[in-house]
Design a protein around this ligand. Structure first.
Ligand code: FAD
Length: 310
């Protein structure tokens, strides 16, 4: 265990005595450079990606950061952690305002740019000034906060900000996990993306079912042993955080039919009279065995899902 080290002057009010430098134990199989293992361990925590911005005279300075967290709803507080070597840290003091722009899934170029990995073909970012703070245009969500406290954080500095402005739009966030960009997969379509000549033989094995208005077609948690094509009418799909309608020609239960242990992930009910074509898992497997091109096309659809955004 090392001795206590003192906090930088500016942070004295918050940390009179900074904690000492301590060694830590690495789990089994993680021999080697402890700093590397520590970094990799922290990288398992998936986050979104933000661009932090501040205004210096008429100039805007931005940097990419994933060390952003919500702290309190009342008062509204957020926290950011900034490397003491970063220019951004020197621009923030109690009372200064900073912008937080939460990036959308396709904004990996912006993230790279504000992390100093500039590429020439990326268009110049544009900013909107709100509450005296710059915000990156086109981001998924924006916050403006005023620094109310700053804290010693080892080789980083922590800034607690009182939120003065917040807004969000529609879209999916850019994610960062294990040192890579990732994105959420919400689109449940799999079979629907097969070419028609490969999908039709599968649908030919289906049997018709009819449902009355408000009747349950699938229930969350039930075994997902069938895929269905809506032939007539409209169905309502209710998944945690999402509620939407699907109509004629749409497939339902596409993921679960490929995942025997998983169970249904949505409640699906008929909105008015509905007619569906139900294809059992057994029929599906028979069709895939009969035409390996369909199986290969399915693997390609699934593989595309896991391709990272950059
Ligand atoms: P610089 O390195 O000088 O600037 C950053 C980049 O932004 C430069 O390329 C600069 O040209 C560009 N830039 C700045 N202002 C503008 C502008 N107005 N218009 C156009 N371009 C501009 N570091 C942390 O300290 N904390 C974190 O939480 C953190 N999270 C990260 C998460 C990810 C996903 C990544 C990729 C990096 C993260 N970093 C984090 C690292 C950090 O983004 C870089 O170290 C960054 O370079 C630090 O910026 P700086 O303030 O020192 O300024």
């Amino acid at each position: 265990m090392g001795g206590a080290i003192s906090a930088p002057e500016a942070f004295g009010a918050s940390f009179d005595l900074a904690p000492g430098v301590e060694t830590f134990e690495l789990g089994e199989g993680l021999e080697g450079d402890p700093a590397f293992a520590f970094r990799r361990t922290l990288g398992m925590f998936a986050t979104g990606v933000t661009i932090l911005t501040a205004r210096v005279a008429e100039q805007v300075h931005g940097m990419t950061a994933n060390a952003f967290m919500s702290v309190s709803l009342s008062p509204p507080l957020v926290l950011i952690s900034i490397d003491r070597r970063a220019k951004m840290g020197a621009l923030l003091h109690e009372g200064t305002r900073f912008g937080v722009s939460v990036l959308e899934a396709r904004q990996t170029d912006l993230s790279d740019r504000f992390a100093g990995r500039i590429s020439d073909d990326v268009p110049e970012p544009t900013f909107e000034i709100v509450h005296e703070a710059p915000l990156v245009e086109g981001a998924l969500a924006h916050l403006v906060a005023r620094v109310v406290r700053s804290y010693w954080g080892g080789d980083h500095s922590l800034f607690l900000g009182q939120v003065e402005f917040a807004r969000y739009g529609e879209g999916r966030p850019l994610l960062f996990h294990g040192g890579r960009y990732e994105r959420l997969i919400e689109d449940p379509r799999v079979f629907a993306l097969l070419p028609p000549e490969l999908l039709e033989p599968i649908l030919a094995l289906g049997v018709e079912r009819s449902y009355a208005d408000a009747e349950a077609i699938m229930r969350a948690g039930d075994p997902g042993d069938e895929l269905m094509l809506v032939l007539e009418g409209t169905v309502r799909v209710r998944r945690p955080g999402r509620d939407f309608m699907l109509g004629v020609g749409e497939l339902i239960g596409e993921i679960e039919v490929l995942d025997p242990g998983g169970g249904r992930i949505a409640d699906i009910t008929a909105e008015g009279p509905v007619r569906c074509l139900a294809i059992s898992r057994d029929s599906l497997l028979t069709a895939l065995e009969a035409d390996p091109r369909a199986a290969i096309a399915l693997i390609e659809v699934l593989a595309a899902r896991f391709r990272e955004t950059a």
